[in-house]
Design a protein around this ligand. Sequence first.
Ligand code: DDH
Length: 286
Amino acid sequence: QQAKPKGPFVPKFEDYQKVYDAVAKRLADEDDYDDGSYGPVLVRLAWHASGTYDALTGTGGSNGATMRFAPEGDHGANAGLKAARDFLEPVKEQFPWITYSDLWILSGVCAIQEMQGPKIPYRPGRTDRDVSFCTPDGRLPDASKDRSHIRAIFGRMGFDDREMVALSGAHALGRCHTDRSGYDGPWTFSPTTLTNDYFKLLLEEKWQWKKWNGPKQYEDVKTKSLMMLPTDMEIIKDKTFRKHAERYAKDNEVFFREFSDAVAKLFELGVPFQTEEKWTFKSSFD
Ligand code: DDH
């Protein structure tokens, strides 16, 4: 008879792949949410956990999962993300050894890959931290603002113009909700599949201000069923941003490569990793 292994359970790649598989299965099963998938809101959870990073002070970022607590969970920018956190609760119960911080980011990676996006390299090592690590409100972007705001917010995290445009391509996914941000509608016709359509539509469609009582947003002239935020429109109004938008609109492979690099960087901001090695999870359709 073999002796039981002693010491604490040290999860390996296979164990994290099992968590990935469980999230992927839930994504496939729970298909009567929004446009048929929790994928977009999971991506947004991982991004809002990471996007609080401030390079100058080293505060914020995905280490800590402090959005679980007020005040951070109640920040206006995080409205609606409880749906994503609640969706992951059964997975956390099934794999109690994983930290919320690692789970949220792993789920963002899973959602991107399961929505046919590029592989996103991942490594674990985030620890959960208490309410005292909550970041102040105002670190995430405000959609009503212009290019100088985009550069200030993403520059604070350590991104350059090219990376800012690549990251914006995430708006191929999901939609705006009037009861969350106040804005309304999806950016693309396939909001549960990652493509470079966000850039194609931005550049190829005609856009006009939507006439309504809500916050200022654009609608496409042809169908009036798509939307762009004021910050989205800055991506083609600014000369440098536009150059990258055109590259991504022309070539989905280039977009996928640079999006993957930028998202992997975003998801690791401020995390004190113990290991160099990054993993690539197998997708459910590999
Ligand atoms: Fe975003 N985003 N985002 N976004 N975002 C919204 C939804 C989604 C901004 C504002 C909004 C990124 C950048 C920006 C996703 C991913 C990413 C909504 C609507 C607003 C408003 C929320 C709601 O009503 O439910 C602004 C401003 C910026 C900016 O760059 C200036 C980035 C970098 C990402 C990323 O993932 C890398 C996703 C996905 C959604 C769809 C969520 C959903 O529930 O559907």
